[in-house]
Design a protein around this ligand. Structure first.
Ligand code: NAP
Length: 322
């Protein structure tokens, strides 16, 4: 496993991080806690040292599992990132909503305390706001809360998780120099952060967590037209209607261009790591098998330029979250 510096923090984070949404058990169904715990432990054994969770993932369940495994580690530095959900529980942030309805000061402080209790840890390494809109720049609450949490030692670094497919919404907050990292959708289908966000992150030395690297499973190649998800699973919504057919068409075109025998999940994750602005890529992986496959590929390094040139042609402008 290789490690990269997370922006200007002193965190040396693993290129492959652990996306802990799926193990929350509420939005992604079909997982088992025992298996999730085993996958987390295996990932750590293989060098993963950054875990991305959120208070909203299974209403704290993901944080509890993460905390359990992190507390077992003796002498191994594991970086735990988590997030403050919007108070109005509206994802993504809506322009025009007063910040008092989304991230008031007292609320941020309460959420941080709740996350600390769930994790059972003395401090949160990286606390992120779970939604963001540039309108929040005018408000003082989040700045005060971040400042106070950092000064108290309960939080070591702070960041924002940007709205789906809207990387440019993060440009203003980076310029404030008040945050240490951004979390952004970056994958073969959505390459837009390369345009403005990544160059600015590199210039200002801001860490980047590349989220949803497998497009919620589409880029694993395992979503077929007849794939079904458990009723109530988030992916039932994400891949609804004719979307699975569209995914199959795009994935088939990708396979055709990359040649037979291509390992799609591996290519998708190495694609993210090929950009130097990315500090860590955080696939969801609820099984040991996936943890092993993903942890292994950091050693393979970036993709060759010819492959990256092919992948450029497969950007796909759409928003399945809406
Ligand atoms: N707004 C936000 O801030 C936000 C939103 C979404 C996600 N996130 C973060 O980003 C993380 C990653 O996104 P995600 O989990 O939604 O989706 P993702 O990483 O794009 O895809 C996860 C899917 O890929 C499968 N997978 C992983 N490795 C694989 C491999 N080697 N071969 C085949 N399949 C593989 C997983 O299977 P199994 O899990 O079943 O093993 C799971 O079904 C989240 O966990 C969360 O931490 C943040």
């Amino acid at each position: 496993m290789k490690y990269r510096k997370l922006g200007r923090t002193n965190f040396e984070v693993s290129e492959i991080g652990y996306g802990a949404w799926g193990i929350g058990g509420k939005q992604w169904l079909g997982g088992q806690d025992d298996e999730s715990l085993a996958a987390l432990r295996r990932a750590i054994e293989l060098g993963v040292n950054l875990i991305d969770s959120a208070l909203a993932y299974g209403d704290g369940h993901s944080e509890k599992l993460v905390g359990q495994v992190v507390r077992e580690q003796r002498g191994r530095r594991i970086y735990v990132a988590t997030k403050v959900p919007p108070k109005n529980l509206i994802w993504p942030a809506q322009r025009g909503t007063p910040i008092g309805e989304v991230f008031p000061y007292d609320y941020i402080m309460r959420c941080a305390e709740e996350s600390l209790r769930n994790l059972g840890l003395p401090a949160i390494d990286l606390l992120q706001l779970h939604v963001w809109t540039p309108e929040f720049l005018k408000a003082d609450d989040w700045r005060r809360a971040f400042d106070e949490l950092k000064r108290s030692g309960k939080v070591r670094a702070v960041g924002v998780s940007l709205n789906d497919h809207d990387p440019d919404s993060g440009l203003g907050v980076i310029d404030t120099e008040l945050i240490d990292s951004v979390q952004v959708i970056y994958n073969i289908f959505d390459q837009t952060p390369e345009r403005n966000l990544f160059p600015l992150c590199q210039k200002q030395n801001i860490g980047v967590l590349a989220r949803v690297p497998l497009d919620e499973g589409a880029l694993t190649g395992n979503v077929r037209e007849d794939t079904t998800f458990p009723p109530g699973d988030f992916r039932e919504f994400y891949f609804r209607g004719g979307r699975k057919k569209q995914v199959v068409e795009h994935v088939n075109a990708l396979r055709k261009d990359l040649g037979d025998g291509v390992n799609l999940p591996e290519t998708a994750l190495r694609f993210c790591l090929s950009h130097p602005a990315v500090s860590t890529v955080i696939p969801g992986m609820r099984t040991q098998r996936h943890a092993e496959a993903n942890a292994a590929l950091s050693d393979q390094g970036p993709l060759p330029q010819e492959t990256l040139a092919v992948l450029k042609r497969h950007a796909w402008d759409r928003n399945f979250y809406s």
